[in-house]
Design a protein around this ligand. Structure first.
Ligand SMILES: [Zn+2]
Length: 638
């Protein structure tokens, strides 16, 4: 959602620097699998010089016929993570949600529907404030808009933990929510489509993961009410469609609606969900992307990247390859304007390809990347693209974003303070947003639940290991129970060991993502190098009869490299080691050469040291930064 105004509204004031049922569901969800900057000129102080680039066409896009069906996801309960950092984020954020008072959660919806509404206000964006003035931009901005995301996160948490307490909370909240559905909620909200989309997600997740027998009927009543107050079709961010309302009513995100509509349709919610999916596709935007044009400049970042997942669901549901082309091209455009961390969208805006906006943002803003929401959208998009194309570059992108952005998010606090922006300013700080219960408090627990479904995929022939993080995967391969344990201290160390446990010897393929940066990567079985090709930027495939106790060793050499912010500023670089960006802890720009940076030495405790003209500099991964000032990029000399 937008917490940075395109102009006129004060910014954050104090800011300165083997579950077979799951598998059959996946199959059921893929019925058609066989078919085959207006820029931030004002505040960034930029000129219109880059405008000519806006219409720049990308290189022609190949659209080879996809020969294989999409990879399947595993169920939430099939992957057990043993990475403390990942698990702490899930446990911590879910425990905040579990402690939320249910009357407080329902209060804005009850008030807006004219029903009795007891309980304390949660505060922040969550509350209903009839006299809300968008100039104040805090309490009452988006009443109850995170409710659906929280239901979704709890439903996924239940799928992971099988905690009856979590299940009962989801069932209870859905019942109470069902009683509170009203036209008033949508009529009075600035975000009817956004809220409806998140509620849809929560209800379909309740149906899928919690087995709430009423979820789809509650969804139907939700849809009836919402449709009476939503635009007829997708309306662009910033376009007025409700007479007599101020500009804050134009920040809704109706073009993100189709993804969950298509999923609801495939889960059996009814034909109208397919029709709604089609109706809310942002065809103008997607047509341009599909044609190879960058239609990103000036667009609200999170919601437009999120809308590419709607394009992917349109492709998977309708079989129209145009939508796949749009999503692939959109991802490429996004990649070209991403920071070294994988984050994108300074001041929540996408940029013109080839512009200097992202470089300028290193001095002009601290709102560099809307981290939990942006990551949520990014992971969904890359997960779809990975499944459909089997191209490991999407896994590379997921890994980069995970380790360098959202995994280092500050934890959600019980009073609603949440991590919102990663700060890539030359004078960067990791801070909480001033806003309580913002959009990012809705997506963080969803992201934390989803790490496991990002980590592994499968097809009929075997398994794809996409993310390297300590974990155990369990599934059924051709009738044999298989468990695959992954052990490492990755990403600090590039040595990863896998161990198979099988009820009986089983022929299958184990595919390992070899990151594009991993020059010299090697794979061994029982410490003997394999003959299979191990090529950076591909999956290395080991097909054999696997036996109980078989061990695979993967070695990904962690070389240091420098990545420039853009082609025009080759001296402004981030230091990267394997998948990890190393952030210099510094209050001033040091005098340092490329060679000095590249010679960073590990000093223990997740710290690296380099020499600069001014003395020793410490560098750490994003996950290790607390409150100290850092600079994502340095200017290098020589
Ligand atoms: Zn957000």
């Amino acid at each position: 959602m937008r917490a940075v105004s395109p102009g006129g509204i004060p910014r954050e004031p104090s800011r300165q620097p083997t579950d077979e049922s799951r598998e059959s569901l996946v199959t059921e969800l893929m019925p058609d699998r066989e078919s085959t900057r207006r820029t931030f000129l004002k505040s960034a102080g930029l000129s219109l010089a880059g405008a000519a680039i806006f219409s720049r066409r990308l290189h022609a896009i190949d659209s080879p016929a996809l020969s294989a069906p999409p990879l399947d996801e595993f169920g939430y309960d099939q992957v057990v993570l043993s990475s403390e950092r990942h698990e702490a984020q899930l446990e911590q954020s879910v425990s905040v949600l579990m402690d939320l008072n249910e009357d407080s959660l329902l209060k804005p919806m009850r008030q807006m529907g004219g029903q009795p509404a007891g309980g304390e206000d949660l505060g922040g964006w969550y509350v209903y404030e009839p006299n809300y003035d968008y100039h104040t931009f805090d309490a009452g901005f988006a009443p109850a808009s995170t409710f659906g995301q929280w239901i979704s996160a709890l439903a996924r948490a239940y799928a992971i933990t099988k905690s009856d307490q979590v299940r009962q909370k989801v069932l209870r909240l859905n019942r109470l929510y069902g009683e509170a559905i009203s036209d008033g909620f949508y009529e009075k909200s600035r975000f009817p489509a956004y809220s409806y989309d998140k509620l849809t997600c929560g209800l379909i997740d309740s149906h899928r993961w919690v087995g709430d027998p009423d979820a789809l009927s509650i969804l139907n009543r939700t849809t009836d009410a919402a449709l009476r107050h939503m635009p007829e079709r997708a309306v662009e961010h910033g376009q007025s469609w409700r007479p007599g309302t101020d500009v804050s009513y134009t920040w809704d995100e109706s073009y993100t609606v189709p993804e969950n509509q298509f999923i609801a349709y495939k889960l059996g919610a009814g034909e109208r969900y397919k029709e709604l999916g089609v109706r809310y596709l942002n065809d103008k935007f997607l047509d341009q992307l599909a044609a190879g044009e960058n239609d990103f400049a000036g667009k609200h970042a999170y919601s437009h990247v999120n809308s590419l997942s709607s394009a992917m669901q349109a492709y998977l549901t309708l079989g129209n390859e145009k939508y796949l082309r749009a999503a692939k091209n959109g991802f490429d455009i996004l990649l070209a304007q991403s920071y070294v961390t994988g984050g994108w969208g300074p001041d929540e805006q996408l940029r013109a390809t080839g512009s200097s906006d992202v470089f300028a943002s290193l001095s002009s803003t601290h709102a560099s990347f809307e981290t939990p929401c942006g990551s949520y959208a990014h992971f969904k998009l890359t997960r779809y693209l990975m499944r459909v194309t089997r191209d490991s570059r999407y896994g590379d992108s997921m890994e980069r974003l995970m380790y360098n952005t959202v995994l280092g998010a500050k934890p959600l606090q019980t009073d609603g303070h949440a991590f919102y922006y990663s700060d890539y300013n030359f004078a960067g700080r990791k801070i909480y947003s001033d806003h309580r219960w913002p959009c990012c408090s809705g997506t963080l627990p969803q992201v934390a639940a989803d790490y496991r479904i990002n980590a592994y995929f499968r097809d009929a022939q075997g398994v794809f290991v996409n993310l390297y993080l300590p974990s155990t995967l369990r599934w059924n391969q051709d009738g044999a129970e298989v468990s695959l344990a992954q052990r490492s201290s990755y990403p600090l160390d590039g040595a990863i060991e896998f161990e198979f446990k099988l009820a009986r010897p089983t022929e299958m393929a184990a595919n390992f993502r070899i990151p594009a940066w991993a020059e010299g990567a090697s794979l061994c079985i029982h410490d003997k190098p394999v003959k299979a090709a191990v090529v950076p930027g591909t999956f290395a495939s080991l097909r054999r009869k696997w036996r109980n106790g078989d061990r695979v060793q993967l070695e990904l050499p962690m070389k240091m490299r420098l990545e420039a912010i853009d082609g025009r500023n080759p001296d402004i670089v981030g230091l990267v080691r394997g998948p990890l960006v190393l952030f210099p802890i510094t209050k001033s720009q040091p005098t340092i050469t490329r060679q000095q940076l590249l010679s960073a030495k590990y000093a223990g405790a997740e710290k690296w040291k380099v020499d600069s003209a001014e003395g020793r500099l410490t560098l750490v991964p994003f996950t290790s930064i607390a409150d100290e000032q850092y600079s994502t990029y340095l200017k290098v000399s020589g």
